[in-house]
Ligand binder design. Structure first.
Ligand code: 3PG
Length: 306
């Protein structure tokens, strides 16, 4: 049996070594395809493997069609918008993610981004403190929960909006629950986005919603660029010279935003939220263990194409 680890952004060596050791112990051969940017290379490598591990790497219809023996694919991370679930299901391939395994890394980056914006992009000049400011968590999942906890550590007043999480579960963390996204955006100085990219959420962060933001407020996006209506965000930032946007992954209109908004805008070029050794190890080992468990016992706990 063969498992392919195909990643454009390679995992830390310790993570790869650990994954190999898990597969070795289970009698599974590891095939490594790192820094993979050529789809042709990926299609060739996937041809005879039984299991596949990816990060944000796109697993579309072409990959599924080429992967004749594939039985399980694991997205080593949280967001699985890069997997064509329909194509997987049509072939009886189990698709999984590793929820929570890289959440701390992403949450720490979100707080780091808030400080970066509060302190003039680390340039000279009087900045502001996070202490005493209102932090709004948009979606209270694994990452949102940690951002809330860290925000409280900084003395922020934390609010959340998540229609899919019970009010009591959020309140027990000392976080105030708001009933609508509109309320969240009009209440908080920092909005930290943690919604997944789905057909429903794509472009859902609109001008109407964003125009509710407080004077000088900051939108922090460590989720997905696709959830933002970029044209409307640009429009609004042209009208509202006080608003700031910081994103972990360049928007399609990165060049325009960089040019127009100066220090009110910053983006990483490639997503770095989960780029820590710890997150690589957590998500990488979890992926390998989930594959072994699936082959050994049929365990599908983290299946996302049910
Ligand atoms: C995730 O969804 O887990 C994060 O966005 C991390 O993505 P990455 O593995 O491509 O860094």
């Amino acid at each position: 049996m063969k498992a392919l680890l195909a990643t454009e952004k390679p995992f830390a060596k310790t993570a790869v070594d650990g994954m190999k050791a898990i597969f070795d112990a289970a009698g599974i051969e590891t095939v490594l395809l790192e820094k993979c940017t050529e789809n042709g290379e990926f299609l060739k490598a996937v041809a005879d493997v039984d299991a596949l591990i990816v990060r944000s790497d796109k697993v579309g219809k072409d990959v599924i069609a080429a992967a004749k023996n594939l039985k399980v694919v694991v997205r080593a991370g949280a967001g699985y918008d890069n997997l064509d679930l329909e194509a997987c299901t049509a072939r009886g391939i189990v698709a999984m993610n590793t929820p929570g395994q890289n959440a701390n890394a992403v949450a720490e980056l979100a707080i780091g981004m808030m400080i970066f914006m509060a302190r003039n992009n680390f340039e000279t000049g009087t900045g502001a403190e996070l202490k005493g400011k209102k932090l709004g968590i948009h979606a209270y999942g694994n990452v949102g929960r940690i951002v809330a906890m860290l925000g409280k550590g900084f003395g922020m007043e934390v609010y959340a909006f998540d229609p899919f999480v019970a009010k009591e579960a959020i309140e027990k963390d000392g976080v105030k629950v708001l009933a609508t996204a509109e309320e969240l955006y009009s209440t908080c100085h920092y909005i930290s986005l943690h919604i997944p990219a789905t057909e429903k959420t794509k472009k859902s962060i609109s001008k109407v919603l964003l125009s509710r933001m407080l004077k000088g407020a900051v939108l922090v996006n460590t989720a997905r660029k696709e959830v933002i209506n970029e044209a409307e965000l640009v429009d609004l930032m042209k009208e509202r010279l006080d608003l700031k946007y910081i994103s972990d992954i360049a928007p399609d209109c990165h060049a325009e935003m960089k040019d127009k908004f100066g220090t009110r805008y910053f983006s990483t070029i490639k997503k770095i939220g989960a780029e820590t050794a710890e997150a690589n190890i957590n998500a990488g080992l979890a992926s390998a263990n989930q594959i072994v468990a699936y082959f050994k016992t049929g365990d599908k706990k983290f299946q996302v194409n049910k």
